[in-house]
Write a protein that binds this ligand. Structure first.
Ligand code: ATP
Ligand code: MG
Length: 232
């Protein structure tokens, strides 16, 4: 089991009000699988993903990733885990505006222990010819390609995607999903993806439905549909 989340709980307190966001989440994902998390707004999807990615900490429960108990790591170890093992892709691309495409990727590869070759990664996301451009000179889909390149250049074990196509049109979304599927195949990267689009679940090995801080349904797909054949 690559990801093994068990009885995970998390609450936030603001003033006198305590908000239980995760109420005992159970989730398992094998190495090399694609997992999709569905669920209404506010159900705790991003909170769960941030804990798995070492950005936030749980109150209690277990989060094993590749045999390591994330909750037991010191702050320094957690930072190291996040830097070395996890790639993040968000709805908004979070590129550094005054760096070129290539530089946005190099800043990550420079601090990585075993980075992939920058040009190869740019080739994989079909952005090599635009590597001297700045983010503002790119379309939304192109910016998302660069952010995927930035996330995969450090060769992470785990790629966490929080609504990666949320800001993109239909065709561009499909090409981004195809790219993620390709990364999964080519590099064996385990992918966990949050989406509001139930059709996207067809490209996943496992689909988790979160509601009010719990996984209320889990499905295993025996047949994985290539992203370019998914329609919605
Ligand atoms: N840092 C925080 N401090 C206080 N409350 C928070 C914090 N982060 C999240 N929450 C609360 O936790 C709940 C779950 O938030 P979360 O972002 O995980 O939802 P989500 O399922 O990702 O929703 P969406 O689909 O809208 O992105 C929400 O009620 C939110 O207000
Ligand atoms: Mg969210």
């Amino acid at each position: 089991m690559f990801i093994d989340v068990s009885n995970l709980k998390k609450s936030y307190t603001s003033g006198a009000v305590r908000n239980e966001v995760l109420k005992g989440v159970e989730m398992k994902l094998d190495r090399g699988d694609i997992g999709v998390i569905l669920g209404p707004s506010g159900s705790g999807k991003s909170t769960l993903m941030n804990i798995i990615g070492g950005v936030d900490r749980a109150d209690s429960g277990r989060v094993h990733v590749d045999g390591v108990e994330i909750n037991d790591l010191s702050d320094d170890q957690l930072t190291e885990y996040r830097r070395r093992d996890v790639g993040f892709i968000f709805q908004f691309y979070n590129l550094v505006p005054n760096l070129t495409v290539a530089e946005n990727i190099e800043v990550v590869s420079n601090i990585s222990k075993s980075p992939l070759n920058v040009d190869e990664v740019l080739e994989a996301v079909e952005m090599k010819d635009k590597k001297r451009r700045f983010p503002r000179e790119l379309s939304g889909g192109e910016q998302q390609r660069v952010s995927i390149a930035r996330a995969i250049v450090k060769n992470p074990k785990l790629l966490l995607c929080d609504e990666p196509t949320g800001a993109l049109d239909y065709q561009t979304s499909r090409s981004i999903l195809k790219l993620l599927q390709q990364v999964n195949k080519e590099f064996g990267t385990t992918i966990l993806m949050i989406t509001h689009n139930t059709a996207i679940a067809a490209m996943a090995n496992r689909v988790f439905r979160l509601r009010s801080g719990k996984v209320v349904d889990e499905a295993v797909n025996q047949v994985i549909i290539p992203a370019e054949r998914i329609e919605w």
